[in-house]
Every structure is written in structure tokens, then in C-alpha cells.
Write a protein that binds this ligand. Structure first.
Ligand code: TRH
Length: 392
């Protein structure tokens, strides 16, 4: 094991919060998914007073149903959650201010930061990428054009020299406890209003963007030799699934065709979604946060990357694949790359699925190894807290 330097502690004060985390939901759930995870880890593991500012409670509530949309200030899981209104009410900025994904802080708040002494540490938490330039850009300072403030760019990543990945300290233990306990698993199925499929079935989860390849995949699964049970949380895959089923579907519905059974799930909270990833033999994930959680699930995965203009995302996809496949035997590596490319191109042949299915045992071993190796690195939050302490 690599030894990790201790993370410095920060004194908590009731008067002025330790951290402000700002989150603007641009689309989907990744922005709030990451910011909420970060905020609750700051509060839970570092005992910091965190204020989380969120502009879209509807999206937030999907992955955290306990959120009360009627309250503009509420404390949940130790985090002070505030509705980020268009008209921003002045407050004293915290000692550390995190801007999630360049979401642009309110002007008045930034001016307030400039008047404090010392100035708050200002960090932009950026997007995740396995591209090589990331370690060169990580923690670069960007001075404000006219105020005496510096914003630092914090880039998550997969290697030392980047910001790392969010990973709670209890995550692995929780996963092992859950996967090793028949009772916990039974409770999880019951709470979902479902039950475990027969052990002979391949259990798969699918969370992706609109993707015509899903239709191809469902048809391949329909004629599969092995029964397949697919858990599909309500998401943008709905139209393709409905076209396959020939009817409108809602949460709780089941589609059975040939060897395939698709169960439409409600959008579950983040912790339950982790359990789903831990249970499945194969997870289709997307964006950033579910993609990272699938890696911590130590199960084979297929990534639908967030599509960008001029196919910029494909460079990002290949950068990750180069890294992920480096220790994977050549034959499985080719199968995995081909499948991921086809999935992201929106066209899939049945034989691509057959090859992936054959490679699953090897991909499973690889996913375990990948999780174990990646876990040796310091997690994102420890790196972020250490950096902010060095600037306070
Ligand atoms: O929803 P995403 O596609 O999010 C994003 C956004 O597109 C964003 O703009 C972009 O910047 C970013 O990706 C790269 O996918 P992601 O990142 O996986 O976020 C989904 C979140 O939803 C994640 O925290 C897991 C959570 N989730 C649940 O809590 N319950 C569920 O049932 C499901 C399916 C997901």
C-alpha cells in the first residue's frame, strides 16, 4: 500500500461556514450528483460546516428524495442546503468557495469575497477526464481580471498529479457488507418493489443517454442463450425501450421478450443506486458520476460518454480506454474497445454483444483489479481539502 500523507483539519465555526459549494444544474444529474456527494463527504468525513447552493431542487430531489422543495434553507446529512435564487441574498462567504463546473458565482458574492481578509480560497471543480493534459492544468491559478482574487482549477482524474476521484472512506466496506449479506440485498429488492431474478440470469443495469444502439442491444438480449434481467431506471432511454415494448411504460413495469426481462425502475437515491451497481454483473453508465461509481462497484461496465461538439468526447473516451485497458489481456481489450465505440456510435451488432458476454469473466477480474489499484490513490476530497488548507 502507498502511504498517504495526513489530511490537515480545518477548525469549524458556527458563525462563518467553512465551505460554500455552488451548483447550477445545466442538464441531467451529474452537476448535482457530484456537488451533493462532495458536500456530504465534506460534512460527514471532515466535520466541516458546508453550505450547498443549488438552483434546481427538482433534479436534486430525484437523487435525494428527503429534500424538502418548500424550504429554501434546510440541513440534511450535516449539510446546510440553500436554494440558489436568481436574486442572491448577501451572506458572508465561507473560507473555501467551490464553484461546481464553472457555474459562475453571483457577482455580489465575488465582490464580498474580495473584501474579506484573508480572501477565501476559490476553486473551480472541473470535469473529469483521463486525457494527459489534465495533470498539467490541475491547480493552475487564474487571477480575477480586476479583483484581488485567484481562482484555482481543480481537475479530477485517474492519476497522481490530478485531483483524483470522489470516494467515501467507507465505500468499499459498505459494498462488501452489502454484497455479502443476503438480508441487506433482500431489503434492497423489497424497497424497490421487486425481487432478485434467478441466479442463472445475467443481471445488467442500463443508465445511458438517448441511444439507438439500445434497441440493437435489447434485440440481441432477446435471443441470448442465457436469460438476461435488465434493470433500467427511468431516464432518457425510455423512448427506445417503449419502442421495443410497443407500449408506454412507467416505473414498476416489466417487459418480457424471449430471454430478456426488462424491469423499469424508479430513479432511486444515490446510495440505492450504488447498491444497484454493486449487484449487477454488468453496468451501463454515463456522464461522470455514475461512470465513477461503476468503477468503485468493481464490475464490468460500458460507458456512454456525454456527447460533445465536433466529437471531442471521443478523444476523452479513448484516453480513458487507453488507461483502463493497459493491463487487460489483448483479446478482451479489443472486445471492450469495440463495444464501447459501437455503443457510443449508436449502432451495435449482435456479435459485438456475444463477444462482450464471453469476455465478462475476464472483465470482472479486471474490474476488481482496477478498483483495488485506483483505491490506493488518495481520494478527491482529501486532495481538495489539503490544497485548500495550503492556501488558507
Ligand atoms: O446525469 P448525467 O448525464 O450527468 C452529467 C450531465 O450531463 C452534466 O451536464 C455533465 O456535465 C456530466 O454528466 C458529465 O450522468 P452522471 O454524471 O452519471 O450523473 C447521474 C447522477 O445520478 C449520479 O450521481 C448517479 C445518480 N443516480 C441516482 O442517484 N439514481 C439513479 O437511479 C440513477 C440512474 C442515477
Amino acid at each position: 500500500m502507498l502511504s498517504r500523507p495526513p489530511v490537515p483539519s480545518v477548525t469549524t465555526s458556527a458563525a462563518r461556514p467553512d465551505w460554500d459549494v455552488f451548483c447550477r444544474v445545466i442538464d441531467n444529474f451529474g452537476d448535482i450528483g457530484v456537488c451533493w456527494r462532495l458536500a456530504r463527504q465534506l460534512a460527514g468525513e471532515h466535520a466541516l460546516h458546508v453550505r450547498l447552493w443549488v438552483d434546481d431542487f427538482d433534479s436534486f430531489r430525484l437523487l435525494y428524495p428527503e429534500l424538502d422543495p418548500g424550504l429554501s434553507i434546510q440541513v440534511r446529512q450535516g449539510v446546510e442546503i440553500r436554494r440558489w435564487e436568481n436574486c442572491f441574498t448577501p451572506v458572508v462567504p465561507a473560507r473555501v468557495v467551490v464553484e461546481g463546473f464553472a457555474c459562475h458565482l453571483p457577482e455580489s458574492f465575488v465582490e464580498h469575497m474580495a473584501h474579506l481578509s484573508p480572501h477565501p480560497v476559490w476553486i473551480n471543480l472541473d470535469h473529469l477526464s483521463a486525457e494527459e493534459w489534465v495533470s498539467g492544468w490541475h491547480l493552475l491559478p487564474s487571477p480575477h481580471p480586476h479583483l484581488p482574487l485567484i481562482k484555482y482549477f481543480f481537475f479530477p482524474g485517474f492519476v497522481v498529479g490530478t485531483g483524483g476521484l470522489l470516494r467515501e472512506s467507507t465505500l468499499r466496506a459498505r459494498r462488501l457488507q452489502f454484497t455479502g449479506s443476503t438480508d441487506l440485498r433482500a431489503v434492497w429488492w423489497r424497497e424497490l418493489g421487486s425481487s432478485a431474478p434467478p441466479a442463472s440470469a445475467l443481471l445488467v443495469s442500463v443508465f445511458s443517454y438517448d441511444n439507438p444502439a439500445l434497441g440493437d442491444l435489447l434485440r440481441a438480449w432477446e435471443i441470448s442463450e442465457r436469460p438476461i434481467c435488465c434493470l433500467m431506471p427511468l431516464s432518457r432511454t425510455q423512448p427506445v425501450l417503449e419502442a421495443f415494448a410497443g407500449r408506454v411504460l412507467g416505473s414498476g413495469d416489466i417487459v418480457r421478450r424471449g430471454s430478456l426481462e426488462v424491469r423499469v425502475l424508479p430513479f432511486v437515491d444515490q446510495d440505492r443506486y450504488d447498491c444497484l451497481l454493486w449487484l449487477c454483473d454488468l453496468n451501463f453508465v454515463r456522464g461522470e458520476d455514475s461512470f465513477v461509481r461503476a468503477q468503485w462497484a468493481a464490475r464490468p461496465m460500458v460507458w456512454h460518454i456525454y456527447p460533445q461538439q465536433a466529437a471531442a468526447h471521443l478523444i476523452k473516451l479513448d484516453a480513458f480506454l487507453a488507461h483502463y485497458c493497459a493491463q487487460l489481456p489483448q483479446a478482451s481489450s479489443v472486445v471492450l474497445r469495440d463495444f464501447w465505440h459501437a455503443w457510443n456510435a449508436g449502432r451495435l451488432e449482435t456479435k459485438a454483444w456475444c463477444k462482450l458476454a464471453t469476455a465478462l469473466p475476464q472483465l470482472r477480474e479486471h474490474a476488481l483489479r482496477w478498483d483495488a489499484e485506483l483505491s490506493l490513490q488518495e481520494d478527491l476530497l482529501s486532495r481538495l481539502v489539503r490544497f485548500s488548507c495550503s492556501k488558507l
